[in-house]
Design a protein around this ligand. Structure first.
Ligand code: UDX
Length: 430
């Protein structure tokens, strides 16, 4: 099929390249001319395992193109995916101006029936507004259908998630659009759930909010563990053995970050409020997430007393491993606070240093984990990259000025750390 993808951020780039990889002809559009130039020069605006190879192969086979002109992008398209940003406003609601703008532009260039697909995460009822906007601005007599097809990919495993999804959700109103979408996903082996548009929109917000709630719940339990002498990993293991709870997403630590959970939980709380329901549970979820960062900083200060004039090593800047994304990353906020308090911070991250350096000019980025640890008063582990997990403890002890390790991801074994002579603190473990 001929597809157009508007917005070449995470979701757009992965969606476009995966459909091209499956044999469709895809044109990706972005108004950011620099991004399109980079992509047309064979570069990648983001780090995502496997993405570059697929983009390269699809471009070579002429199944994937990158353009800035929306009219050119949608010229032959039967399906148009809208993958533009929906950033949070100060109140937490999603800013939908980019979606509205794209809806008007699509309408202006419509020459025949198309299916317009919401891929970006949007509040419930957005599909209706997109449909009305397109019909209002489209040439007389030309119709379209709007579909909500939320994307569930995770950064770091985005290609795998998009090529082998665990479910496909299609929120549709017309049988014609349902047929087109089912044809597009005919190859998938996972369940395909066809719903109304509002339900599909809600599935995405509710899923992300539920997962964030699971993380905040286990983090709150971790705090109780610290206060009672219990061990959060044993508690999580015991809880996770109940199949109704499941063992996934029960890792306590610095809490969630990234471009989705923080934004989606806030937006879901807000949309519920606008609809008349006070979803205060989600307020607590966000509060606990923030509290985990503050508690970690307090632990640093308890260990070092005055951080001013001290040198701190930070391992990990990305919000999680296998990505260079630092949006809402706990490490970034933590470093900002430490720099404000007069500490020097030397950090290493396998992928995220370039992006971190841009937002934290006072940060010293080091080429290796070893270099970052050298001469530091303490080591703060913020992202559980394998390179940090596998680092020899004896070597680490020699590198640090003082053998103090604060582990924000429970990466190390407390018994082994103490046996190796470290002052070691983690989350929810004695
Ligand atoms: C998430 C959803 O998983 C995905 O389905 C959706 O499409 C986008 O948002 P992503 O933001 O890539 O994906 O990250 P994910 O792997 O889900 O992790 C989110 C955050 O939760 C990370 O900061 C991670 O460190 C944290 N986390 C995860 C925990 O703190 N504990 C856990 O047990 C699991």
């Amino acid at each position: 099929m001929n597809l157009c993808v508007i917005g070449t951020g995470y979701v757009g780039l992965v969606t476009g390249s995966c459909f091209a990889h499956k044999g469709h002809k895809v044109v990706c559009v972005d108004k950011d001319a620099e991004k399109i130039r980079v992509l047309n020069d064979g570069g990648m605006p983001i780090y995502e395992p496997g993405l570059e190879d697929i983009v390269k192969a699809c471009r070579k086979d002429k199944r994937l193109r990158f353009v800035t002109d929306i009219a050119e992008g949608m010229k032959d398209a039967e399906v148009i995916f809208v993958c533009v940003d929906t950033p949070p406003t100060a109140s937490g609601t999603a800013d939908l101006s980019a979606i509205e703008n794209v809806a008007r532009q699509i309408a202006r260039h419509l020459t025949r029936y198309v299916v317009v697909v919401e891929k970006s995460t949007v509040p419930v009822k957005t599909g209706d507004k997109v449909h009305k906007t397109i019909l209002r601005h489209a040439p007389k007599g030309i119709t379209c259908d709007v579909v909500s097809n939320p994307e569930f990919l995770r950064e770091g495993s985005a290609m795998k998630d998009a090529l082998n999804p665990d479910r496909v959700v299609l929120g549709v109103t017309s049988p014609k659009a349902a047929e087109v979408m089912k044809k597009l996903y005919a190859d998938v082996t996972c369940p395909v759930l066809v719903t109304d548009i509002a339900s599909a929109e809600l599935i995405k917000h509710a899923s992300n909010s539920f997962l964030a709630t699971k993380i905040s719940f286990i983090n709150a339990v971790a705090v109780v563990c610290e206060m009672s002498g219990a061990d959060i990993q044993l508690v999580a293991q015991g809880m996770g053995l109940d199949p109704r709870i499941g063992s996934k997403f029960l890792s306590a630590g610095l809490g969630y970050g990234g471009s989705c959970f923080p934004k989606d939980v806030a937006a879901f709380e807000q949309i519920a409020r606008e609809l008349g329901f006070d979803f205060s549970l989600l307020g607590e979820v966000q509060k606990i997430n923030q509290e985990m960062r503050q508690r970690f900083l307090r632990k640093v200060e308890e260990e070092l007393w005055i951080v001013k004039g001290k040198t701190l090593a930070v391992w990990g800047l990305a919000f999680k491993p296998d990505t260079d994304d630092i949006r809402e990353a706990p490490a970034i906020e933590l470093i900002q606070r430490l720099l404000e308090k007069g500490a020097s911070v030397q950090a290493h991250d396998p992928q995220a240093m370039k992006k971190a350096q841009k937002v934290l000019p006072g940060l010293t980025c080091c080429d290796s984990a070893e270099e970052a640890a050298k001469g530091a008063d303490a080591l703060l582990l913020c992202t559980e990259w394998p390179v940090f997990r596998d680092f020899p403890l004896a070597k680490l002890k020699k590198l640090l000025k003082h053998p103090v390790v604060l582990d924000g991801r429970n990466l190390y074994d407390p018994v082994a750390m103490r046996a190796a002579g470290f002052d070691y603190r983690s989350v929810g473990r004695a």
